[in-house]
Design a protein around this ligand. Structure first.
Ligand SMILES: [Mg+2]
Length: 368
C-alpha cells in the first residue's frame, strides 16, 4: 500500500443497532419476544413493505424492503407491528447522547446507524476497540438493546466490519489486516454493488476484491462507470471520506441496471415496482418525505433522461412513487428505445423550498 505519512491514521467506528425497530418493539412488549415479527406496512393492499424483521423472522428468509405480502408467504404466523417512529426517534436520541460522551464527530446514517470518528479520544481511553465496547455496554445497560460495532481506519472497512458478527458483534480490522480483508471480500459486499452488478462482475470472472484489484483504474471505470474509481481505491484499503457531523440529505434514490435491455412498458413497470419499494423503505427508515419525484432512464446507447414531478405536499409511500414513476415513463417517449437502467429518486425534503430542476428535467404540476 502507498505510504501517506502526512495523513494521520484515523480511528473510525461504525455502530449499527441490531434489528432496531423490531428490537424496540420486542423490548417494549413481552408478547412479541422470541417471536417472528415484522415492523412495517400491512400485507393487505399494495404498498406494504418490511422495514425491519426480527431475527426470529429472518430465519424464514424475511428481509428489509421485502413486500409484506411476501413475508407472510414465507412465514404465515409472522406478526405485523405498525412502526412507532416517535419511540424509535427517542431511543435514537439516547444512543446519540451515548456516542457524544466519546466523540463530537458523529455522522448519523439513519435512526439506528452512525459513523463515529474517535481519533480525538475525548475521554483518553486509548483504544478505539475499548471505546466501541463501552458504547455497546452503555446501550445494553441503559437502553436494554444491542448494537454491533465495526472498528477500523476508514468508513468503508468499519461499516463492513460491523456487519460481520451481528447481532451484538464487535469486529476490529487492523491496518495490517485491511489488504487481505479487502482481497477476500466477495464483490457483492462492495459499496453500491447490487445484485445485477454482482452478477455482471461474476460473469467477468470477478468474484472477490482480489479479482477487482487485478484491473487498472481505467478498466474499472470503463466497465462500471464513475464508481469504478471508488472500487480501485477501496480495494487497496483507501477511503478518505470524512465523518461528516452535519450532513443533510438532499435527495435519496434507488436504481437498478439490467443485465439485458428492457423494451416494453410491462417489463419496465415490473422493475419500477421493485425500485419504488426499495426507495419507500429507505425513506421510511430515514423518516423522510419529499415533494419531488424524479425518474431516471438510461438507454442502451448510454443516453440518459430525467423527468420530475412535484407535489403540493410531501409524499413517501410506495404506491405514489410507483404510480408517479410509471406516469413519467409513459409521458417520456420510450418507443423503440432499449432501456438499461431505471431509477427513482426523491428530493425537495424541506418545507416550501423552491424546486430546482437541472438539465433536461421537466417539471409538471400535479393536482391530486
Ligand atoms: Mg441496523
Amino acid at each position: 500500500m502507498e505510504q501517506e505519512p502526512d495523513i494521520k491514521q484515523r480511528k473510525i467506528i461504525h455502530i449499527d443497532m441490531d434489528a432496531f425497530y423490531a428490537s424496540v418493539e420486542q423490548r417494549d412488549n413481552a408478547d412479541l419476544r422470541g417471536k417472528p415479527i415484522v415492523v412495517g406496512g400491512s400485507p393487505e393492499g399494495r404498498g406494504g413493505v418490511v422495514a425491519t424483521a426480527s431475527y426470529e423472522a429472518r430465519k424464514f428468509g424475511i428481509r428489509s424492503a421485502m413486500p409484506s405480502k411476501r413475508a407472510l408467504q414465507l412465514c404465515p404466523h409472522v406478526l405485523f407491528v405498525r412502526p412507532r417512529f416517535a419511540a424509535y426517534k427517542e431511543v435514537s436520541q439516547c444512543i446519540r447522547e451515548i456516542f457524544s460522551r466519546y466523540t463530537d464527530l458523529i455522522e448519523p446514517l439513519s435512526l439506528d446507524e452512525a459513523y463515529l470518528d474517535v481519533s480525538e479520544d475525548k475521554q483518553n481511553i486509548g483504544s478505539a476497540i475499548e471505546i466501541a465496547r463501552r458504547i455497546k455496554q452503555a446501550i445494553k445497560d441503559e437502553l436494554n438493546l444491542t448494537a454491533s460495532a465495526g472498528v477500523s481506519i476508514n468508513k468503508f472497512v468499519a461499516k463492513i466490519a460491523s456487519d460481520l458478527n451481528k447481532p451484538d458483534g464487535l469486529t476490529f480490522i487492523s491496518p495490517a489486516q485491511i489488504e487481505q480483508f479487502m482481497e477476500e471480500l466477495p464483490v457483492e459486499k462492495f459499496f453500491g454493488v447490487g445484485q445485477v452488478t454482482a452478477a455482471k462482475m461474476k460473469n467477468m470472472g470477478l468474484h472477490t476484491g482480489a479479482d477487482l484489484k487485478r484491473l487498472t483504474e481505467q478498466e474499472l471505470t470503463h466497465r462500471f462507470g464513475k464508481v469504478g474509481g471508488f472500487y480501485y481505491k477501496i480495494v487497496r484499503g483507501i477511503d478518505n471520506r470524512q465523518v461528516q457531523p452535519h450532513r443533510e440529505t438532499k435527495s435519496m434514490g434507488a436504481e437498478d441496471t439490467f443485465p439485458y435491455d428492457l423494451t416494453t412498458i410491462d417489463e419496465m413497470s415490473a422493475e419500477l415496482q421493485k425500485i419504488a419499494g426499495n426507495l419507500a423503505n429507505s425513506l421510511l427508515r430515514h423518516q423522510l418525505k419529499g415533494r419531488t419525484i424524479t425518474l431516471k432512464v438510461k438507454y442502451s446507447d448510454f443516453k440518459q433522461i430525467t423527468r420530475s414531478l412535484s407535489f403540493a405536499s410531501p409524499v413517501a409511500d410506495h404506491e405514489t412513487l410507483f404510480d408517479t414513476a410509471v406516469d413519467l415513463l409513459v409521458k417520456s417517449d420510450i418507443t423503440d428505445k432499449k432501456v438499461r437502467l431505471l431509477g427513482i429518486s426523491m428530493s425537495n425534503f424541506g418545507e416550501h423550498k423552491p424546486v430546482v430542476m437541472k438539465g433536461n428535467s421537466v417539471q409538471l404540476e400535479l393536482f391530486p
